[in-house]
Design a protein around this ligand. Structure first.
Ligand code: PMP
Length: 438
């Protein structure tokens, strides 16, 4: 591509100058593979960005979007409805963990997080508990990039240029504990007690009756695939129950089969009050996100407002967009009809075996995995944190495999349609890339 034609697009979360000097351009995609502008086939080891769980260019989804665009391209979401929105909500509620069945649509994971935080504060207020305004997140948590999300999120780098985050927030520490849990297969044995810090902080630094909600990713994805220690999430649930605090699970990555189960909530047998999701909800094909909410929360809003009043003054021009709803219904059909969550569970043992077979490769400090997600943590090059991670990412790209890196952690999360041979190739390539990287 002509470098001048690349000037206008200011790319998100990208080293723009580095990228534009040596661009990596994807021009088409099908099944497990991207094609780049040189005609190379690239094995998608990341489901795009943790979202294309059913694989690329799936006909039923493409056709559903085409049909919808030709039938009803857009409908205002405020004070108006359209059938696909109700159908999509019904379908999502049906497949949600038992006990969560009200669906509020948004357009992304970031919007889902900020909407959930607003909903939590407003929920307490409509019940007459207006003092609950504080929000607790976790170090190394990622809840998108909007102001609520970065405030409860735990990534300093995402906040340093924006020192105006919400003030009424606090954070508990991350569960990452290499000293005790390195090279664990599946859920780590040690660290359930990290949850007790929640109780310690809210009772000593705060008044627990001022806390509206706790938000965590059941498994932290973007900051390096941090699997929750056994018992940790249950303990968080108990503490939230004890103090009347809502528990929000950000399942933007963990939803829709990634962990070898439909939801992390079911995988870990812990029911939050609100699940946020996005990504796999529409197979990444059209932007879409959602909150799935306990009926008691929904009902509190309904009970508090007069019949003609807007119960929750919040929403977007593109909430429940017809194309997104059509994509989502078709996606959920595909997951069901092809048994893709079970397929992920069936493939998980081989995925685990191949991931951990890399143990012993130089620079590898940890390998962790669950379902069809794995993180490979490398030691950092002295004075250049993140440089080795980027090198491995670039080497994999040269070898025709797309992985992600976050600092010096390589993350893989392929579409759930991956074959055994592709799993083998994915990890073999990562091993070679690490070996060759300086
Ligand atoms: N929450 C989590 C757990 C995520 O992984 C992400 C995206 N990686 C988001 C929120 C933000 O989603 P989006 O980029 O769609 O705004």
């Amino acid at each position: 591509m002509n470098p001048q034609a690349m000037d206008a697009f200011w790319m998100p979360f990208t080293a723009n100058r580095h990228f534009k000097a040596n661009p990596r351009m994807l021009v088409s995609a099908d099944g497990m593979y991207y094609q780049d502008d040189a005609g190379r086939s690239i094995l998608d080891g990341c489901a795009g960005l943790w979202c294309v769980n059913a694989g690329h260019n799936r006909k039923p989804i493409v056709e559903a979007i085409q049909r919808q665009a030709a039938t009803l391209d857009y409908a205002p979401p405020f004070q108006m409805g359209h059938p696909k929105a109700f159908e999509a909500a019904e379908r999502l509620a049906e497949m949600a963990p038992a006990g969560l069945d009200k669906v509020f649509f948004v357009n992304s994971g970031s919007e889902a997080a900020d909407t959930a935080l607003k909903m939590a504060i407003a929920y307490h207020r409509v019940r007459g508990d207006a003092g609950r305004v504080k929000l607790v997140g976790r170090e190394r948590g990622y809840h998108g990039v909007n102001f609520g999300g970065i405030s409860v999120g735990g990534i300093a780098g995402n906040r340093k240029l924006f020192p105006v985050a919400l003030p009424a927030t606090d954070h508990i520490r991350s569960t990452h504990d290499l000293a005790r849990n390195a090279f664990t297969r599946g859920e780590p044995e040690f660290g359930a007690e990290f949850a007790d810090e929640l109780e310690a902080r809210i009772t000593t630094l705060h008044d627990p009756s001022t806390i509206a909600a706790v938000i965590v990713e059941p498994m932290a994805g973007s900051t390096g695939v941090l699997i929750p220690p056994k018992g940790y999430l249950k303990r968080l649930r108990e503490i939230c129950d004890k103090y009347g605090i809502l528990l929000i699970f950000d399942e933007v990555i963990t939803g829709f089969g990634r962990l070898g189960a439909d939801w992390a909530a079911n995988k870990f047998d812990v029911l939050p009050d609100i699940i946020t999701c996005a990504k796999g909800l529409s197979n990444g094909v059209v932007p879409m996100g959602a909150l799935i909410v306990k009926p008691a929360i929904h009902d509190a809003f309904m009970a508090a407002a007069a019949e003609r009043a807007i119960e929750f003054p919040h929403g977007y021009t593109y909430s429940a967009h017809p194309l997104a709803c059509a994509a989502s219904v078709a996606t959920l059909d595909l997951y069901r009809d092809e048994g893709l969550f079970q397929r992920a569970a069936n493939l998980a043992p081989r995925f685990e075996e191949k991931a951990h077979a890399l143990r012993g490769t130089r620079h590898i400090k940890d390998i962790r995995n669950l379902g069809l997600v794995a993180g490979i943590e490398l030691d950092s090059r002295p004075g250049a944190p993140g440089a080795r991670g980027m090198d491995v990412f670039l080497k994999c790209w040269e070898k025709g495999v797309l992985v992600r890196f976050t600092g010096d952690i390589i993350a893989v999360s392929p579409p759930l349609i991956i074959s055994e041979a592709e799993i083998d190739r994915l990890f073999a390539t990562i091993g070679e890339a690490i070996h060759e990287a300086d």
